[in-house]
Design a protein around this ligand. Structure first.
Ligand SMILES: Cc1cc2nc3c(=O)[nH]c(=O)nc-3n(C[C@H](O)[C@H](O)[C@H](O)COP(=O)(O)OP(=O)(O)OC[C@H]3O[C@@H](n4cnc5c(N)ncnc54)[C@H](O)[C@@H]3O)c2cc1C
Length: 507
């Protein structure tokens, strides 16, 4: 406590009192996520520059006060901006929101951590750029940097976002500074266009980790294509799914399909199209089977829904890609009959994330999503579990045999999505959606999450990303990764002040 007071005094001297927040309203907000958390946050720091971040960390290091960095703090479903451990001061990087560099020819954008998806889109628009950002299906006010560091995913050819970044500027927990690529050399011209310099590549160390605070990152962008097709197809039966996945893998590996496909199940479709039919369900949850069937019929939905985009530099190439995709998918799943292929204007690639993306978080709420949604404030219960599944029909079937029945046992609809973000690996993303104001639901959701994660791990489908409630990466009998990562953590953060409990064990 004494050290905290001393640290607050030192931070106020560096940042000014107005950027060291301790008022009850702010603290209440940063302690609230979309699931139950008990962590207390003593203060929020709002540095405005890399130098201020360095000073903040030096103080934290010297006085042994833990800090937890967020870029925009919209990590909904994984913990929002609540620190993984109680007593951590939130280091909110939202004020550092400058676009630092942009080159239309070399197709990159360099930003500070507070730059949001909405802001980056607006920047490209204002500058008449013909480049596209990978667009997340999440909140427009989320940050490019926070998302990339979580190894987030988006639409567009660069949908596996962390694969398309470079030249990270990182402040270490001691306040030291490093650049991850060629950018470390004076006058280097290729730092923003080459991921590697001579020697070991360090980028990966700072994603899904607690080894440093990233204060600058370069994103490679894709040109907006001249010809675009949107393909969507409802599956008539879940039995078609494995064959469809096998066909999609062929298209992903050979490169016809240059970006992620989505397969959404019916519950997910219903949750984006409307809210829980409380009246028809007589107040019961989960959704009664007869009601599920009648809603699907009403809305013309199948049990699963496939959609993807084909982008090409010319009409002829788009046409050829479509013929190839159709032939492969029809070969894999001949009964997959009713595709809808739509030619769209390249304008469609200005896919600015919209607040409407948050609608599914309000599925179990009793009132509609407000004009200014804030799922933490609004009591939306929401937990994600994202698992890595090899892109083969048989694996998907095995993983779904766990992910479909388990949520129902806990009273939740199995809201599922299979995202073909990689070329060989898909993410099976489960959303547990509920109303936090209903007694007992918070505890049930976390029990369900844990049961799901254990069952998926047991089947060999480990998580691709972790929420703050998940245990840190643990040791296994035959592998020394946990020990090695622990040694790295101890070397870079000897007092364990940076984001304790987040991904890596503390010294
Ligand atoms: C309906 C819905 C749809 C979604 N769709 C998507 C989607 O399509 N793709 C996707 O990827 N996610 C999606 N999400 C999840 C999430 O909202 C996004 O990933 C979002 O981008 C994360 O929030 P943020 O950018 O504000 O990150 P932050 O909360 O700022 O950061 C996330 C984490 O990264 C670390 N971190 C952040 N900044 C730094 C830094 N500068 N240095 C070191 N560590 C740092 C911290 O551990 C932090 O907890 C969705 C969520 C919802 C509810």
């Amino acid at each position: 406590m004494e050290r905290l007071e001393e640290a607050l005094k030192a931070w106020r001297e560096v940042l000014g009192s107005e950027q060291v927040l301790v008022d009850a309203g702010t603290l209440e907000a940063v302690q609230t996520a979309t699931f139950a958390t008990a962590q207390r946050v003593p203060a929020v720091l709002r540095p405005g520059s890399r130098e201020e971040v360095q000073a903040c960390l030096r103080i934290a290091h010297e006085l042994r006060v833990p800090v937890f960095p967020v870029s925009a703090g919209r990590n909904y479903g994984y913990g929002s901006r609540v620190p993984a451990r109680t007593g951590s001061v939130v280091l909110d990087l939202g004020r550092m929101n400058r676009v630092l560099d942009w080159d239309e020819d070399l197709a990159y954008l360099t930003v500070e951590p507070g730059v949001t998806f909405a802001q980056a889109h607006a920047f490209l628009e204002e500058h008449g750029s013909h480049l596209q950002l990978a667009t997340i299906g999440g909140p427009p006010q989320a940050s490019l940097v926070g998302n990339a560091l979580e190894r987030g995913d988006g639409g567009g050819p660069h949908g596996d976002i962390f694969q398309h970044v470079c030249d990270l500027e990182v402040v270490l927990p001691t306040g030291e500074l490093l650049r991850t690529g060629l950018g470390r050399y004076p006058g280097a011209r290729s730092g923003v266009v080459l991921r590697w310099g001579p020697g070991p590549g360090l980028d990966g160390l700072f994603s899904q980790s607690n080894l440093g605070v990233v204060t600058r990152m370069t994103f490679w962008l894709a040109p907006r294509a001249a010809a675009v097709r949107i393909i969507s197809a409802p599956l008539e039966s879940a039995a078609q799914l494995p064959a469809v996945v096998d066909g999609l893998r062929v298209l992903r590996v050979e490169g016809t399909l240059r970006e992620a496909y989505s397969l959404w199940n019916d519950y997910k479709m219903l949750s984006v199209l409307g809210q829980y039919p409380w009246e028809q369900a007589g107040g019961r949850t989960p959704l009664p089977e007869s009601l599920r069937k009648s809603l699907l019929e009403e809305q013309g939905l199948g049990p699963w829904h496939l959609s993807f985009l084909l982008q090409a530099p010319s009409e002829e190439q788009a046409q050829a890609a479509w013929h190839r995709a159709e032939a492969v998918l029809r070969g894999a799943a001949p009964s997959l009959a009713c595709y809808r292929e739509e030619e769209v204007e390249p304008e469609a690639l200005r896919r600015v994330p919209s607040a409407r993306n948050l609608r599914m978080m309000y599925w179990r709420q009793r009132s509609p999503m407000p004009a200014q949604p804030d799922p933490d404030r609004d009591g939306c219960g929401f937990v994600w579990l994202s698992c890595a599944v090899p892109m083969k029909g048989a694996h998907v079937e095995r993983a779904l045999a766990i992910a479909e029945p388990l949520p129902l046992q806990f009273g939740f609809e199995p809201n599922l999505c299979l995202l073909g973000v990689g070329t060989r690996c898909a993410y099976l993303v489960v959303a547990l959606v509920y109303d936090r104001r209903v007694e007992g639901e918070d505890a049930r959701a976390l029990d369900c999450y844990q049961a799901l994660q254990e069952a998926m791990n047991g089947a060999g489908y480990y998580p691709a990303r972790l929420g703050i409630q998940a245990p840190v990466l643990g040791a296994t009998a035959e592998d020394d990764s946990a020990r090695v990562l622990g040694a790295l953590k101890a070397a870079l953060d000897p007092h364990g002040i940076l984001a304790p409990g987040r991904y890596l064990p503390s010294p």
